[in-house]
Design a protein around this ligand. Sequence first.
Ligand code: NI
Length: 377
Amino acid sequence: MDHTENKVIEYYKHFHSHPELSFQEFETTKKIKEILTEHHIEVLNLPLATGLVAVVGKGDRSIALRADIDALPITEETDLPYKSQHQNIMHACGHDSHTSALLGTALLLKEQEDKLQGKVLLVFQPAEEAPGGAQKIIDTKVLDPIEAIFGIHSDSTSKVGTLTIRKGPTHASVERFKLVFKGVGCHAAHPNDGVDPIIAASQFVTAAQSIVSRNVHPQHACVVSITHLEAGSTWNVIPQSALLEGTIRTFDKDTRTIAKNRLVQIANGIAATFNLTVDFSWEIEVGNTFNDEQLASFAKTVALKDNFEVQEGQPSTGGEDFALYQEHKKGLFILFGTGKSAPAHNPKFTIDVNAIYPVSKYLANLAQDYFTTQEQA
Ligand code: NI
């Protein structure tokens, strides 16, 4: 094991045992900064409360490599010697492996800086899970001059040494919606004195399922899930209101628009039918990731040269705020196999540490080769 690999695994274990939630990654940011500074890598001075951007190389051309750094509100249930030391917080989505892999890349690129024919921005993004961290980075305008951005994510369904590189959509757009049907509360024995929001909510749950089955093109993927329903508190009172929450997942703009419009129409229609009002709001809206075709072929070539096994994989109905970068710039989101384990977001989720350093090397090679093989955009 080479010296840098040892360091990268050590960083990984540190981050794993010290996870922090979205927008609270203060110690994580401090540690990343410490490591970069110790290796004489420049950290840019940006108005970010958590997360940071560092730079290696020089010249007119630039690209960005992005890792996310936040953890989840989950209590870890593994027996790892480096398991989470923070109550009810866990790196259960592998962002600690992304962070340490990108630190490895930073160290490698710094060592080969004289060969590097452009600038590489190393983006340690906060709050992917929140989501919203990507927007914080975009708002600093630090990425305005870049030609392309590459993001990585661990994949617990593939073995170590595998990269998933797809063209087109890889992660779904994410909508989180919330609605409240407002009726009139009354005694359950005299329903005619009130307006029952539970009847409306029940009809809404059922009617919303017709969006996928009746409105969306049969060959276009779409998920509509109602996941939260709250109304009433006892058996003999018709409550005043009913709250519902849920999510829509799609892979293209048309399907997204159809699903969103129909959901609002159905909510309004049901409110009219049952003579009550509805407050509808979109709480989170992130588009789908979309991988640039040319970047995908380029990344695949580098991966094969690095002896990775490359697969196409399937798009995921999970979301990724990497999509926000791709609204502005050409981007590629790559998954790396971390060996079979419990799925991401599960308290028993683990990563094979041997998966991390090869990704550091790969991203360094990707950056080097980008400037020598890809035409300036
Ligand atoms: Ni994740």
